[in-house]
Design a protein around this ligand. Structure first.
Ligand code: DC
Length: 224
């Protein structure tokens, strides 16, 4: 069974999806980490981001593995390096190329095959798993997302003005929504959850109920 969680950056998707997977005793897949790993690899190889052909060949030849919630690039754990700002700023070049999206989407489908899994990203319920059992679109208002990010950064000793965070966030939102392929949007049959004013635990509980209701619906249909 596949549960997809899509939504904009900073809505808390990753931590919430991990928690949900744990509670359901499902596997978890962070698809953003896969886009990040290719971007990191391309930076290390000094590939020109304007050179799409070389980027595509590179994406088709490297190995990206998702092992026990760690991301491996050609056999090396890059789970920390992929979070650096230079990677975040450069992902748009990689995520915008359809051939690269196809490589990753097909890998995501392979990972999910015959698994109970919660997958998290931008295009999971729309393009990658259109037949997923349960689709969730998790949002929060731009102000709330910026506030949370501000606190996260301040907590690790990197206080950044909230206006600056909001500006970067707006830019990433636009890039995610306006991408020609794999753009961020809720699937028609997704359940929308807005996490404004809710704690992580409250959102996880809402999602658990959503998944359970969906399973119950399917059981009624299969027996009725
Ligand atoms: O979830 P994240 O912030 O780690 O994702 C990083 C970027 O990767 C995001 O800005 C867009 C891209 N991405 C994507 O295009 N498709 C996905 N399924 C997941 C992420």
């Amino acid at each position: 069974m596949i549960v997809t969680i899509d939504g904009p950056a900073g809505a808390g998707k990753s931590s919430i999806a991990r928690q949900l997977a744990q509670r359901l005793d499902f596997n978890f897949l962070d698809t953003g980490a896969m886009y990040r790993a290719i971007t990191l690899g391309a930076i290390r190889k000094q590939i020109d981001f304007a050179d799409q052909a070389t980027l595509i060949t590179y994406a088709q030849t490297i190995t990206i593995e998702w092992q026990e919630n760690r991301i491996m690039l050609d056999g090396t754990d890059v789970s920390e390096e992929i979070r650096s700002p230079i990677v975040t700023d450069s992902i748009k070049y990689v995520a915008g190329i359809n051939e690269i999206r196809e490589v990753l989407s097909s890998q995501q489908r392979q990972i999910a095959e015959n698994q109970n899994i919660v997958t998290e990203g931008r295009d999971q319920g729309t393009d990658v798993f259109p037949h997923a059992t349960c689709k969730i679109f998790l949002t929060a208002s731009p102000a709330e997302r910026a506030k949370r990010r501000h606190k996260q950064l301040a907590d690790i000793g990197r206080p950044i003005p909230i206006e600056q965070i909001l500006e970067t966030q707006n830019r990433r939102d636009a890039e995610d929504r306006e991408r020609r392929h794999g753009a961020l949007r809720p699937a028609d049959d997704a359940v929308n959850i807005n996490s404004d004013g809710l704690t992580l635990e409250e959102v996880v509980q809402i999602m658990l109920t959503t998944v359970q209701e969906r399973i119950a619906q399917l059981q009624i249909h299969s027996t009725g």
